[in-house]
Ligand binder design. Structure first.
Ligand code: LRH
Ligand code: MN
Length: 381
């Protein structure tokens, strides 16, 4: 039963994780980095080839802009993967210094909205059903702009995008506590995102980026709450020790990832309606191997969460047996699921250890040798 559920797991990798990334201090280039979306998708296909559970790749526009999106989708299909969420980008243009859809100047707001609508065109062209909207919009000093007016502008733009969505399309609204704004962010937390989505309708849901909360936030509570309301659209998985570090999911806090996946399963969210996406930057570590490790981290946390003895837990909870209930959860968390997953991979026709198999494949050496010249992909900032 658990193997069956794990076999159906679907994790989406982000095209930008295969490109160069860094911090304001330095972006370290790496050998073999893709030069275009076609090569990014080829790398994403490797992650699926060795894990068997990463069949889609998210795109970011304009980083992944091409002349023929249908051809890009066919290229992906030819490699055994599909195009997942389309990510908008209204955070890198000079015009967006004071905001994008919340900017005081209607000309800038119109420009930002036009980009969001262009991303829906990309969804149509690639067959993607999901638009992910993150806004860097915010202010750095009290009084810089009117909080209420900016919310009105944001709501107006979201309504226009909502109306443009097709029958089987939806958008996921992403909140973030701070950065790049350092006083007020227009979509700072799950409550603000949830309120906008409730007002808009069923095609608007919230995405939980695990790096976008204040330290100490109980993220699994947010997950349980949003699931209960039918407003959890998905995740941007990564991990952090301090801020939006975008490290490998489960690397900083594997226990938190387990608790999140337990609430997903308990809340009926372990379905294909929930977008389990990675949103990470491999600033110093090899990127494809980093993605494979990340997919495995989510898979391990999921397997442990599926092992929770729900009946024993419910009985202990009903009995007020605090230690007993906690022990049921910890027993699952402390279970080594690696042998189970190795067995599952063999039953799926895969190598039991994806990291070792990928290393032995020589793919990295090949792309490092082939991908010489041209401009390596990055955040283009
Ligand atoms: C913002 C964010 C958002 C993306 C970007 C790559 O911090 O999490 O999801 O657009 O990272
Ligand atoms: Mn994100």
């Amino acid at each position: 039963m658990i193997k069956e559920q794990l076999r159906g797991q679907r994790i989406e990798t982000p095209s930008w994780a295969y490109g160069n990334s860094g911090t304001r201090f330095k972006v370290f280039a790496q050998p073999g980095v893709p030069r275009d979306p076609y090569e990014k998708i080829a790398d994403a296909a490797q992650v699926h080839a060795f894990t068997g559970i990463a069949p889609t790749v998210a795109l970011h526009i304009p980083w992944d802009r091409v002349d023929d999106y249908a051809a890009l989708a066919r290229h992906a299909a030819g490699l055994g993967v599909g195009i997942g969420a389309i990510n908008s980008n209204v955070f890198q243009d000079d015009d967006y210094k004071l905001g994008s859809v919340t900017h005081p100047d209607p000309r800038v707001r119109a420009k930002a909205l036009a980009h969001l609508l262009e991303c829906v065109d990309v969804m149509d062209a690639t067959g993607s059903g999901t638009l992910k909207l993150w806004f860097s919009d915010g202010t750095n000093y009290p009084g810089q702009d009117d909080v209420r007016d900016r919310q009105d502008r944001l709501a107006e733009a979201l309504a226009a995008v909502y109306d443009r969505l097709g029958e089987d399309q939806r958008f996921l609204l992403e909140y973030k506590l701070f950065e790049p704004a350092f006083y007020m962010t227009d979509l700072p937390d799950w409550g603000a995102a949830y309120a906008h989505c409730v007002r808009l309708g069923p095609k608007a849901q919230v995405v939980v980026d695990t790096g976008h909360h204040a330290p100490g936030t109980n993220i699994e509570f947010i997950v349980a709450f949003l699931l209960r309301e039918g407003k959890l659209g998905g995740f941007d998985f990564n991990s952090r020790f301090y801020a939006d570090d975008d490290l490998m999911v489960g690397a900083a806090d594997p226990f938190q990832l387990f608790r999140i996946m337990y609430e997903v399963i308990r809340g009926g969210g372990f379905t294909e309606r929930t977008a389990f996406m990675l949103d990470q930057c491999h600033n110093i570590e090899p990127k494809i191997a980093g993605q494979i490790r990340s997919v495995m981290n989510v898979q391990e946390a999921t397997a442990k969460a599926l092992l929770v003895d729900r009946d024993a837990l419910a009985a202990a909870q009903r009995a007020g047996d605090v230690l007993g209930a906690n022990a049921v959860l910890m027993d699952a968390y402390n279970t080594d699921v690696r042998p189970l997953l190795a067995e599952l991979r063999e039953e799926m026709g895969l190598a039991p250890d994806p990291m070792a198999a990928y290393a032995k494949s020589g793919y990295f050496e090949r792309i490092a040798a082939d991908r010489v010249g041209g401009a390596q992909a990055g955040w283009g900032a």
